[in-house]
Design a protein around this ligand. Sequence first.
Ligand code: IDP
Ligand code: MG
Length: 164
Amino acid sequence: TIPIAGVKGTTTERTFIAVKPDGVQRGLVGEVISRFERRGYKLVGLKLLVPSKALVEQHYGDLKGRPFFNGLVDYMSNGKAPVVGMVWQGKDVIRQGRKLLGATNPLDSEPGTLRADYCTAVGRNCFHGSDSHEAATTEISLWFGEKAVFDWKQALEPWIASDN
Ligand code: IDP
Ligand code: MG
């Protein structure tokens, strides 16, 4: 069996993508799924949940101490809307996923990216994506766990993922 975030640089690479509560409120779940699907990526994990404060604090552990940290944790976990978590698999999906989302601050995001197309505030940037293979490993373990990720054979894979 492969590692939980797949093997970096191969077609089994995996990333954790989430639609945050503002994105769910704004009806952007389908849009995110659509953009990753049409790129040719494979959905191998999907769940809707209100994360606990503890989960969000762990997820954003590297931001602890920042002035916006408490507000960020509250907005993610207060239950006014759920989070939709996804695991996507495919070649270079971690870096490409970040590109599909766009820069953290939507005012710096390139047009055509999700954040530029739908957001104007860094505190309401609607989406999350793992920023490295190490982060993907931590985040998929935290939000899903080994048993909640379901690999399946994508019939189109030879048409999408071949280099020759
Ligand atoms: P990322 O989501 O693009 O990886 P990070 O720097 O890891 O960006 O920050 C995580 C999240 O924290 C951002 O997506 C955003 O929701 C929030 N955040 C980051 N910087 C700020 C800020 O200056 N004000 C408010 N929220 C922020
Ligand atoms: Mg980050």
